[in-house]
Design a protein around this ligand. Structure first.
Ligand code: ADP
Length: 181
């Protein structure tokens, strides 16, 4: 793999329900690109919520501001030639459109990490669905807050039916096509 130029830097934006597989696939992709010595930064929604965005709640306004900061941070990184992988539930189309506007449509690549709610609930990786279903977490996406699937994603990964390995390979292939275009 040859190193991308700043012009070909892209933001790969992974959206999907909690537990759909965004972090898993984002980490795998980061690992693959690092091995090839590509300049890559991973922004994970859960991590941003622990620091940079720790002051925000999960209201529509809080979520929008969370994503605005992620998008502005991505823009700075893209300007410096970094490939950015972002893993955020980002449930609303209008908020994802805001991200696209901030970084520029050419740079924004939307990846839908698709998994039915029932499967995400069965996985319940972080125990959050159990809490959300018992009312301990308000405004939880899929339970008490909406998720709007992308209408025309650049790539869709079906994590219910395809393995982590298969999804990772498809994602890497898509990234390589994108940065060479
Ligand atoms: P998210 O970041 O979307 O909240 P996570 O990546 O934290 O989700 O958790 C997804 C869970 O689903 C992990 O336990 C992962 O091993 C599992 N999983 C099963 N199949 C897949 C797949 N094809 N892609 C990604 N994760 C998968």
């Amino acid at each position: 793999m040859s190193t991308p130029s700043p012009l070909s830097a892209r933001l790969f934006w992974l959206t999907g329900l909690s537990g759909a597989g965004k972090s898993t696939l984002a980490l795998a992709l980061q690992h693959q690109l690092r091995e090839a010595q590509w300049p890559v930064v991973l922004l994970d929604g859960d991590r941003l919520r622990q620091g940079l965005c720790a002051d925000l709640d999960f209201s529509p306004q809080g979520r929008r501001e969370n994503l605005r900061r992620a998008a502005e941070l991505s823009r700075l990184l893209l300007e410096q030639g970094q490939l950015v992988i972002a893993a955020f539930i980002s449930p609303l189309r209008s908020d994802r459109a805001m991200v696209r506007n901030i970084v520029g449509a050419q740079q924004f690549v939307e990846v839908f990490v698709r998994c039915p709610l029932a499967v995400c609930q069965a996985r319940d990786v972080k125990g959050l669905y159990k809490k959300a279903n018992s009312g301990q977490i308000p405004q939880f996406t899929g339970i008490s807050a909406p998720y709007e699937a992308p209408e025309a994603p650049s790539l869709t990964l079906d994590t219910e039916t395809a393995s982590v390995q298969a999804c990772s390979t498809a994602l890497l292939d898509h990234v390589l096509q994108g940065v060479r275009r």
